[in-house]
Design a protein around this ligand. Structure first.
Ligand code: HEC
Length: 155
């Protein structure tokens, strides 16, 4: 009796899992205008550009690379949630459209988040070795964000 119940439970769980797969996430990146791109505008060193692309662009741009596991629900839904929320807060692909005050504010937030190790998100580090920044890399990235701030008041 016990055995049958376990089998039934497993079948139900498997059924739910299979049904979940019918709801795939949208992986299309909106078209980008290179002229508005943060890296294009600020022209950082190769090293900084690699850090930004490897540690921030997957959630904060329209150049998102979707790894294989984003084909599997519910992981895909969870990852998509991070991307959708991340890009609303900060979009490096739209940088050229930010007013100076907004850009300054986002730069300030960025260096603070990197300094406090709040960004990149911890969960992201597991499968993205490029995003595991060393102390020196963090300092370089923080200094770069600071160097891009202008005197315009950020309010
Ligand atoms: C795995 C996805 C992911 C990665 C990678 C990531 N972020 Fe985020 N980021 C988010 C999400 C989600 C939010 C919004 C929720 C929150 O603040 O935690 C956010 C919020 C932010 C904010 C707050 C914006 C504001 O105005 O409040 C900044 C700044 C930021 N991220 C900078 C960065 C930087 C810089 C990097 C790279 C070093 C980075 N993030 C990497 C997902 C990510």
């Amino acid at each position: 009796m016990k055995k049958i119940n376990r089998k039934a439970t497993l079948s139900i769980l498997l059924g739910i899992f299979i049904l979940m797969q019918f709801s795939q996430i949208d992986k299309t990146n909106p078209p980008i205008d290179q002229k508005l791109d943060f890296i294009e505008i600020t022209k950082p060193s190769e090293e900084i550009a690699t850090m930004l692309k490897g540690a921030c662009y997957d959630c904060h741009s329209h150049q998102v690379k979707y790894p294989w596991y984003t084909n599997i629900a519910p992981i895909s839904w969870w990852v998509k949630g991070h991307i959708d929320n991340g890009v609303i807060e900060l979009n490096f692909s739209e940088w050229g459209n930010y007013r100076a005050s907004k850009a300054n504010h986002k730069l300030e937030e960025s260096f603070e988040k990197v300094e406090r190790k709040e960004m990149p998100l911890t969960a992201y580090l597991i499968l993205h070795p490029l995003a595991r920044l060393t102390e020196e890399q963090r300092t370089e990235l923080v200094n770069f964000f600071k160097s891009q701030m202008t005197d315009e008041l950020s309010f």
